[in-house]
Design a protein around this ligand. Structure first.
Ligand code: ZN
Length: 395
């Protein structure tokens, strides 16, 4: 009995949070899907792929499915890991992370840097180059232009400029070189197995994952919103509250909450969102009843066909989140959002202020606390150690 108790006391869980097992299972299934697709490509007779047409159909279906799940695996699943590491041991986080994003066409360090140091710390500010470019009048560039140009082209340029200029410090530059050296052979390996297999079932899915899935997601998350300022702090993101969407997407739809308090675990977001609902309403956060898929389609229709109706549907406030003191003259969709009104061009943002969201958390909602050093720990692993560029490099 005593021995078993001692063993129990000495046994430390591997995961920082028990629900993070979902993250690992999801990623393992993604890797398995690539493995299966590769095997079928190399053994076409086993799958009945006997003609050019059946091969084309197999490639098309596989590339779309692999691209879809890879986009979620990096843009949502790994994303959560960048804020709260899923293991208690640093080396596990580092190496699992490195292997995690290869199936999405990214070195993990680069995605982490762009999301935490560039996007969260400066959301909708002039130096947040992860988001669409803004015109002189504050409106965003076209949805399609952003999706088609950002990955990998603009990302490559910005990484080069940032690391070269030492935006994150000299050590960050060397870390970037090292991580690229680890990533390159892993990512190139399928090309040495079969070049065309890698083009159709590796490169093409990564293109779909980044351009169609993650590009659209990034656009939808902040389209039409404003950078935080002294008057409000929750209008920087669109909140997608479809239950089914959030249940199947690691709760990424609760985006205003996530950006304001990035250390809240993904599994806690629905409950915290309910807790925070009065403040969301009070501050005029934009909330919609659907998920990213519908949101992306509405933005695409608005950008592609100039659909006014699609724009209005995207901008319409969820009826449960309309401030009660709003005047009926506001059309019931006001809530103080910047881009309400059909005449507005899509989408507008304030480019003069920057969020400190990535460096903030809250013990209680309604109170933001600046992180200047390690404040929360979970075993040996800090919940978020990337409180400055200098510490980011050591992670
Ligand atoms: Zn985030």
């Amino acid at each position: 009995m005593i021995t078993s108790l001692r063993a129990e006391a000495g046994r430390r869980p591997i995961l920082a949070h028990p629900k993070d097992i979902h993250c690992i299972v999801f990623h393992v299934l993604v890797v398995a899907a690539y493995g299966l697709a590769f095997w079928l490509y190399l053994h076409p007779e086993r799958a009945g792929i006997t003609s050019g047409v059946s091969k084309a159909a197999f490639i098309a279906a596989s590339a779309i499915m692999l691209g879809w799940i890879s986009g979620i695996d990096v843009g949502v699943n790994f994303h959560n890991h960048t804020h709260r590491r899923i293991f208690r041991r640093s080396w596990m986080n580092r190496w699992f992370g490195r292997l995690w994003t290869v199936t999405g066409g990214w070195p993990s360090f680069y995605w982490d840097y762009s999301h935490v140091v560039v996007h969260h710390a400066h959301v909708l500010g002039p130096t947040d180059w992860t988001l669409p470019r803004r015109k002189s009048d504050g409106t965003w560039e076209n949805y399609y232009k952003y999706c088609l140009l950002h990955w990998p082209f603009r990302y490559a340029v910005h990484f080069w400029q940032d690391f070269r200029a030492g935006r994150g410090g000299k050590r960050l530059r060397w870390r970037a070189v090292k991580e690229l050296a680890i990533f390159a052979p892993l990512w190139l390996a399928p090309f040495f197995v079969d070049f065309w297999m890698a083009v159709w079932l590796w490169l093409l899915p990564h293109y779909i994952a980044n351009v169609v899935v993650m590009g659209a997601g990034m656009y939808a998350q902040h389209a039409g919103r404003e950078a935080p300022n002294g008057e409000h702090s929750l209008r920087h993101s669109n909140c997608f509250v479809s239950k089914f969407f959030n249940y199947t997407m690691f709760n990424i739809g609760y985006h205003a909450l996530h950006h304001t308090y990035p250390y809240v675990h993904w599994s806690d977001l629905p409950a915290k969102h309910v807790e925070m609902k009065p403040r969301l309403i009070e501050e005029g956060a934009h909330v919609v009843p659907f998920g990213y898929y519908r949101g992306g389609m509405l933005l695409a229709a608005s950008a592609g066909r100039g659909s006014k109706r699609a724009h209005e549907t995207f901008e319409a406030q969820h009826p449960d989140y309309v401030r009660v003191d709003e005047s009926p003259d506001d059309g019931g969709v006001a809530n103080g959002n910047a881009s309400n009104g059909a005449a507005d061009a899509l989408p507008r943002s304030n480019t003069t202020t920057e969020s400190r969201g990535a460096r903030s958390t809250a013990g209680a909602y309604g109170k933001r606390v600046s992180h200047t050093k390690r404040e929360e720990t979970h075993g040996t692993e800090s919940i978020d150690r990337r409180v400055s560029a200098a510490s980011f490099v050591d992670d």
